[in-house]
Design a protein around this ligand. Structure first.
Ligand SMILES: [Ca+2]
Length: 501
């Protein structure tokens, strides 16, 4: 009995002692057991609401590509042969053209368009379309000029702004006689960072075309802006890469790498749609290899959709270390994270078939539906142009400073170190002259940026818990931080810096 009382008192003392330890070292203990995911902002699902996307135009018919003419005007091609110019502020159509020679048949018609990189000076705009020539179906890239009516010059500036009297004039054929067919016409055109015009073509229903380096079908082509062949093209013709089935999307990442999407097999067997990293002169395998198959001197895709899963990828952009592509039969906006090598689908089956995507100068995505192309279910208001805030595709940190809320964007999965106010942009590889630095936001409201790792110094890192600082750490050197880089979109960071300054 005596011993029992003794042990009881000892136990009580221990409990009381432990209680005080917990009380005194509460924050330190809490820090030890924290799961960072729990305090890092909200997950995507919580942030999605109606304001994350906006229907800005309805009742279009198979819009195939969207480009920006300026901050406030977009130009849309419709596959039937129409070109429409929309003013974003008032959400109204200001001009419509028709390219009469367009032959809309199957997947062919008026497809891609792009402005010349010096459009402001030369007014050049390019179109890719299907037409008939001597009774044969062909695809063509043609250059036009797009100008504001010169007669308006005598009017005052205000009137000129109101009257969007654009006119479109033929300039010259850039590339003719690209094989065409009811199916597989490719059709995306974009200027690359090298200033050359890149053109995607399909195999036009004849898969043997793709392996033939004397055929323009099933290729990624590259030309000078006037249609002449760049000296360093690999086969002394327009071909840049081959073995493509039907690519309708190309883009370049921050490092200048060229990415392309491709449609895999169709018919009874489906799936095996591809993302490819395109290099000059390389063979991407169609129809010899598919999916995981490998062969000497042929390139396998970076990823594919697996058998029986179809993305039917239609258009491609690069944004914040991710490739975003629209899915036709795959009915969604697909996102491939190039750092984590993970694919996810957004807005799955929400809008139906998706075709065009572009990144506006305002930082928003603009996508189009394609539910009137004969293969989808037409919803009310189709086809539509939808404006989307790309922030919803990434995770956030919400940061409160003196009563003000700041939203910070993180592109990949939260890392232990991103609990602190440390935000780093990582590029795909550490080439010179690329942003490879860090931004630290300190509780003293000073924002310090380190753009060059050679200038890096030791730093204090502050940890956050429920928007309060709960701890402080010492970051001794850049070597340690190499593994803890986390990603951030440059735009929201800039916003935060502005506010804090
Ligand atoms: Ca391939």
């Amino acid at each position: 009995m005596k011993y029992f009382k003794y042990f009881f008192n000892l136990l009580l003392t221990l409990i009381i002692f432990a209680f005080f330890i917990l009380l005194i070292f509460n924050s330190q203990i809490k820090k030890l057991f924290f799961k960072p995911q729990e305090i890092i902002g909200q997950k995507l699902e919580q942030l999605k609401n109606d304001s994350d996307f906006e229907i800005i135009l309805e009742n279009l018919e198979i819009p195939w590509s969207i480009i920006f003419l300026n901050q406030n005007e977009i130009l849309i091609t419709e596959r039937l042969g129409k070109i429409k110019i929309l003013e974003l502020k008032d959400k109204k159509l200001v001009k419509e053209f028709k390219i009469t020679q367009v032959k809309h048949i199957g997947e062919g018609g008026l497809l891609g368009t792009t402005l010349h990189p010096n459009f402001k000076e030369n007014n050049f705009i390019y179109f890719y379309y299907t037409t008939e020539k001597s009774g044969n179906l062909i695809n063509r890239v043609e250059r036009y000029t797009l100008k504001i009516n010169a007669d308006l010059r005598r009017l005052n500036a205000d009137l000129r702004r109101q009257d969007k009297n654009y006119y479109l004039t033929k300039d010259k054929i850039i590339l003719d006689d690209i094989p065409a067919g009811r199916f597989h016409n490719g059709g995306r055109i974009k200027f690359g960072p090298d200033g050359y015009l890149y053109i995607t073509t399909g195999d036009a229903g004849n898969s043997e075309n793709s392996q033939n380096i004397n055929s323009l079908a099933g290729k990624i082509l590259r030309l000078k802006d006037d249609g002449s062949i760049p000296k360093d093209n690999p086969f002394k013709n327009a071909i840049f890469a081959y073995g493509i089935r039907n690519s309708q999307g190309i883009t370049w990442d921050d490092e200048g790498n060229l990415w392309s999407i491709d449609h895999g097999r169709s018919g009874i067997q489906t799936g095996l749609d591809e993302i490819n990293l395109i290099q000059k002169g390389k063979n991407y395998g169609w129809p010899v290899i598919q999916g995981n198959e490998r062969m000497k001197e042929m390139e396998s895709p970076v990823i594919h959709s697996e058998p029986n899963i179809t993305w039917a990828p239609a258009d491609l952009i690069y944004y914040n270390n991710s490739l975003f592509f629209t899915g036709l039969r795959g009915e969604g906006l697909y996102q491939y994270d190039l750092i984590n090598k993970k694919l996810k689908v957004n807005f799955f089956q929400k809008f139906g078939r998706l075709r065009a995507i572009t990144l506006g100068p305002d930082g928003y995505f603009y996508i189009s539906t394609s539910n009137r192309d004969g293969r989808g279910y037409q919803r009310k208001g189709d086809d539509k142009i939808i404006k989307i805030n790309p922030e919803i595709f990434f995770d956030f940190i919400n940061y409160n400073l003196e009563g003000k809320n700041y939203k910070l964007l993180i592109a990949n999965e939260p890392l232990e170190w991103s609990r602190g106010l440390m935000f780093v942009k990582k590029t795909l590889n550490n080439k010179e002259n690329k942003f490879d630095g860090m931004i630290f936001i300190f509780p003293d409201k000073q924002t310090r940026s380190f753009w060059n790792k050679n200038t890096f110094v030791d730093l204090d890192i502050y940890w956050l818990d429920d928007n309060k600082i709960v701890g402080k750490d010492f970051l001794p050197s850049i070597e340690k931080t190499k593994e803890i880089y986390t990603l951030i979109s440059p735009a929201p960071v800039n916003k935060v810096i502005e506010i804090i300054k």
